[in-house]
Design a protein around this ligand. Structure first.
Ligand code: SAM
Length: 482
C-alpha cells in the first residue's frame, strides 16, 4: 500500500506506514545503539564538494522524536545546531505576511475565516489598498512577503491573486521594493499553478494542517478543502505547473504530533523522489486563539519542549530545507528554537486584512485578524534583537532572482558556497535596511555586526566586491547580489 513514488495521497502518506512507524519508534525509543547510529548517519560529513548531510528517513527520525533519554536528546539538540550552522550559518531571513482577503467558503474548524463565522467583518483589499499596504511594508524595510487569502472562487479568484501579485511587484516607493512574493493560498489546479509561476512567485506554501485523513475530514467538514486527496496532492500539481519551491507545514495541535511528524517527512520524501527536490521550506505553526476559535478545544496541543524537539528533529532529518516560524510564537519561544533549525522568521506582522497601512506601530486592528500575534514587536525591534543574539537578519531574495530555485538552491546549500554567496548577500541587504529603515541604535549594532561578519567571506574576489558594494550602499546605491 505504501508507495513513496505514487501520486495518490493515500499511498505516499499511507496510514498503515505511519502507524507501523510509530510502533517501531515506540519500541526503539530506548535503543541506545540504534539512536547513536541514526545520529551518526545524520551528522555532517566533509566531502570534496563541501559539507554534506545524509538526512533521515521518516522511520529513523521518528525514533529520535520518540526518544526520551535526556542525554541522547541533548545530543540531538547539539546535532541540530551543528547542521543549522553548517547550512544556514547565523543568517535569519525576514519576511511579513500580507492578508489579501478573508472571504472563504471553507469551514475549517480551527480557522476564524470559516464561512459560518459571523463575528468577523469580511474584507478584500482593493488594488489601491494593496498599494497602501505594500508601501507600509516597504517603509518598515520588508523585501519579502507571504500573501495569504481565504478560499473563495467568486471573491478571490486566481485572477484577483495574480492582479495583487502584479501590483505588489510594481510598487517602487523610495528605496523600497518587494523582491519576492511567496504565496499561501488554497490548493488549486495545475493550470492555476502555471499562472502563479508565470507571475513570478517565490515559494508556493500550503499547510497540510493534518496528515491524518479521518481527522482532516472532520476538521474540514465542508467546502473544497474537505477533499483530503486534492489538498495532499497539491504540491505535485504545483511542481507540475512549474513551481520549483514549495513549502510544507502542519498545524500542530490538531492531531497527534508524532503522527504529523511522520506524515510530514513522508511528504518531503515523496517530493524528493518524484520531483528530484524536497520542500524548499517547512513551517511549524501551532493553533492559536482567534475570533470564534478557542485553541483549548483541540486536545493535541504541544508544549514548548515538544515543539523544540520537533524543530530539532526536522532540522536533522531534512537538513537543507528552510524552516519558518511566525509571530504565532512569542519572543521567548522564538529565541529558544531559532538556534535549533529555524532559518526564516516574520517580523512586525499583522494578520488582519488591511492591518498595516494607517496604523501606528502600537495600534493593531483586531477585527479581521487570522490569529492572535504573540510577538508584537516592530520589525526594527526584531532585527535589533537578532543582532544582539549574534544572528544576521537577512533581507536577501537573490537565489530566486538568479534562478537558483529547486534543486539548484539545494545544491548551493553546501558549506563553502553559501559562505561566498548567501553570507555577503545577507550582509548587503542588512546594510540596506540599516541605511533606509533602522533606528539609530539598530544601525550602530548592525554596522558592528557587518564589520565582524564580512571577514567570514573566504573567496578574496567575493570579499573585495562585497566590501565595495557595502560602501556603494552607504553612498545610496541599492540591490547588489551574488
Ligand atoms: N486559505 C489557505 C488554505 O486553506 O490553505 C491558506 C491561507 S490561511 C490564511 C494560512 C494558514 O493559517 C492555514 O493553512 C492554517 O494552517 C493557519 N491557521 C488557520 N487558523 C489558525 C489558527 N487559529 N491559529 C494558527 N494558525 C491558523
Amino acid at each position: 500500500m505504501y508507495d513513496v513514488k505514487s501520486l495518490k495521497a493515500e499511498e505516499f502518506i499511507s496510514n498503515e506506514e505511519i502507524l507501523e512507524t510509530l510502533d517501531y519508534a515506540e519500541k526503539n525509543k530506548h535503543n541506545r545503539q540504534l539512536i547513536e547510529e541514526i545520529l551518526e548517519k545524520a551528522a555532517p560529513k566533509k566531502t570534496g564538494r563541501g559539507v554534506e548531510c545524509a538526512g533521515l528517513s521518516h522511520r529513523e527520525a521518528s525514533v529520535l522524536l520518540a526518544c526520551d533519554v535526556p542525554e541522547l536528546n541533548e545530543k540531538m539538540y547539539s546535532l541540530a545546531r551543528e547542521i543549522k550552522e553548517a547550512f544556514y550559518g547565523n543568517r535569519i531571513v525576514m519576511f511579513a505576511p500580507l492578508y489579501l482577503s478573508n472571504y472563504c467558503v471553507n469551514q475549517c474548524v480551527y480557522c476564524p475565516y470559516h464561512m459560518q463565522n459571523k463575528e468577523i467583518p469580511r474584507k478584500k483589499l482593493t488594488q489601491d489598498e494593496v498599494r497602501n499596504e505594500v508601501v507600509a511594508l516597504q517603509d518598515m524595510g520588508h523585501k519579502r512577503l507571504a500573501i495569504e487569502s481565504g478560499e473563495d472562487p467568486v471573491n478571490n479568484p486566481i485572477e484577483y491573486i495574480l492582479e495583487c501579485i502584479n501590483t505588489i511587484y510594481s510598487i517602487k516607493h523610495k528605496n523600497g521594493a518587494i523582491r519576492r512574493v511567496n504565496v499561501n493560498i488554497a490548493a488549486t489546479t495545475v493550470e492555476n499553478y502555471k499562472k502563479l509561476h508565470d507571475a513570478g512567485i517565490g515559494t508556493y506554501i500550503l499547510f497540510q494542517e493534518t496528515y491524518h485523513k479521518e481527522s482532516y475530514e472532520k476538521l474540514h467538514p465542508a467546502g473544497p478543502k474537505h477533499n483530503y486527496a486534492y489538498h495532499t496532492e497539491a504540491m505535485d500539481r504545483a511542481m507540475e505547473g512549474g513551481i520549483d519551491d514549495v513549502g510544507l507545514g502542519v498545524l500542530f495541535g490538531l492531531d497527534m504530533y508524532k503522527y504529523e511528524f511522520a506524515g510530514l517527512l513522508m511528504h518531503a520524501e515523496h517530493l524528493e523522489v518524484v520531483h528530484g527536490v524536497g520542500p524548499h521550506t517547512i513551517s511549524v505553526p501551532r493553533v492559536k486563539r482567534a475570533s470564534d476559535i478557542d485553541p483549548d478545544v483541540f486536545d493535541n496541543s504541544i508544549d514548548d519542549d515538544t515543539f523544540a524537539k520537533i524543530i530539532a528533529c526536522i532540522r536533522i532529518a531534512v537538513p537543507y530545507t528552510g524552516m519558518i516560524i511566525s509571530t504565532r510564537e512569542n519572543e521567548e519561544c522564538r529565541d529558544r528554537v531559532i538556534g535549533l533549525g529555524i532559518s526564516q522568521i516574520s517580523g512586525g506582522s499583522r494578520t488582519s486584512v488591511g492591518g498595516y497601512a494607517g496604523y501606528s506601530p502600537e495600534e493593531r486592528p483586531h477585527d479581521t485578524e487570522q490569529f492572535d500575534v504573540s510577538d508584537q514587536r516592530s520589525l526594527d525591534e526584531v532585527v535589533r534583537w537578532l543582532i544582539d543574539l549574534g544572528y544576521i537578519p537577512s533581507f536577501c531574495t537573490a537565489c530566486y532572482r538568479e534562478g537558483r530555485t529547486g534543486d539548484r538552491f539545494m545544491s548551493l546549500c553546501k558549506v563553502g558556497q553559501i559562505q561566498n554567496c548567501c553570507h555577503p548577500n545577507a550582509l548587503m541587504t542588512l546594510q540596506e535596511f540599516l541605511e533606509d529603515y533602522a533606528s539609530p541604535e539598530t544601525k550602530v549594532a548592525g554596522e558592528k555586526l557587518i564589520a565582524q561578519e564580512i571577514n567570514k567571506v573566504t573567496n578574496p574576489k567575493v570579499l573585495e566586491r562585497a566590501v565595495q558594494n557595502l560602501k556603494d550602499i552607504k553612498n545610496g546605491e541599492r540591490d547588489f547580489r551574488f
